[in-house]
Design a protein around this ligand. Structure first.
Ligand code: NDP
Length: 269
């Protein structure tokens, strides 16, 4: 069954998807998306809602979250909520508060897309400002750990939940001048592997990493200012993979590192 509604970028991108998700593949699932106000996170939040999920929209800028909330509330029958939150300041108390709010609003959590990220300066390690290093590690690696650690019991209580750690090419092979951004993505890959191994026999929560590859967003423009953005895929181009990993289609798939540019859907695990 096709989803009830597309929006222009999604309609265009769907023509080249490698996998055709069922229109209700996320029906009634509750999914937290970090960095939901812009770029890939915004596309994921809207797409997840189009496919039936109630999305918890976490991000730094309230006005951006409100715009995504308004679109979802106006165009789908799902129930989004916004959580304005600077992950730079996330601590145990704010993570606990978020868990309690999700528990109260929905009573469960079926998925987390760890997507928010800080690029930081692109300079040699020798010249890397330590404060910027700490900030990137906090937002890109510590906050995903803290959220995962805190929300895991809520996810384990359900039928089967999915965690996606957003990685990067430089988080799988180090590259000069990518500093804390690259190192934080290595940390996320490590967190994914350790957690997947711990949960393998429990069977209820799967965790994978996903490298979207070069994608037309503000962060990409910041990283490659002279590049022509029109040459890059829209965030919506990758949403077949995001839907696959968030939906029950990927039950049993855990501990794997996905790359949106090379992924081919296969019914064989
Ligand atoms: P964008 O910069 O377009 O969006 C990043 C989002 O993260 C924004 O919504 C931003 O909120 C949010 N965010 C940043 N810092 C914080 C914070 N301290 N607290 C809360 N939210 C925050 O990035 P992309 O969409 O390009 O990137 C999404 C993910 O994909 C990232 O993990 C990135 O590393 C990864 N990636 C992207 C690639 C690309 O080519 N675009 C390539 C490889 C990986 P706000 O807008 O309010 O600041």
């Amino acid at each position: 069954m096709p989803p009830k509604l597309d929006y222009p970028e999604l309609t265009i991108a769907r023509r080249s998807w490698r996998y055709t998700p069922d229109g209700g593949c996320l029906a009634n699932k509750v999914i937290l998306v970090t960095g939901a106000g812009d770029g890939i996170g915004r596309a994921a939040a809207k797409t997840f809602a189009v496919f039936g999920a109630h999305v918890v929209l976490l991000g730094k800028t309230r006005s951006k979250l409100e715009a995504v909330f308004d679109w979802i509330a106006g165009n789908t029958e799902t129930k989004p909520v916004i959580v304005p939150c600077d992950l730079l300041g996330m601590d145990e108390s704010s993570a606990n508060g978020l868990r309690d709010a999700i528990d109260q609003d929905y009573g469960r959590l079926d998925g987390v897309l760890h997507n928010a990220s800080l690029l930081g300066p692109k300079v040699p390690i020798e010249h890397y400002p330590p404060e910027h290093w700490q900030n990137a590690m906090q937002v890109n690696a510590y906050a995903p750990f803290l959220l995962t650690h805190t929300l895991l019991p809520l996810m384990q209580a359900g039928e089967g939940a999915s965690i996606i750690m957003t990685s990067s090419t430089v988080g799988r092979q180090g590259r000069a001048y990518w500093g804390a951004y690259a190192v934080s993505k290595f940390a996320l890959e490590g967190l994914m592997q350790v957690l997947a191994d711990e949960l393998e026999n429990a069977g209820r929560v799967r965790v994978n990493s996903l490298n979207p590859g070069g994608t037309r967003t503000a962060m990409r423009r910041e990283a490659y200012p002279s590049e022509d953005p029109q040459m890059l895929p829209l965030p919506e181009s990758h949403m077949d993979l995001y839907l696959y990993l968030m939906s029950d289609a990927s039950i049993g798939i855990t501990g794997q590192a996905f790359d949106a540019r090379t992924w081919q859907y296969s019914t064989q695990p």
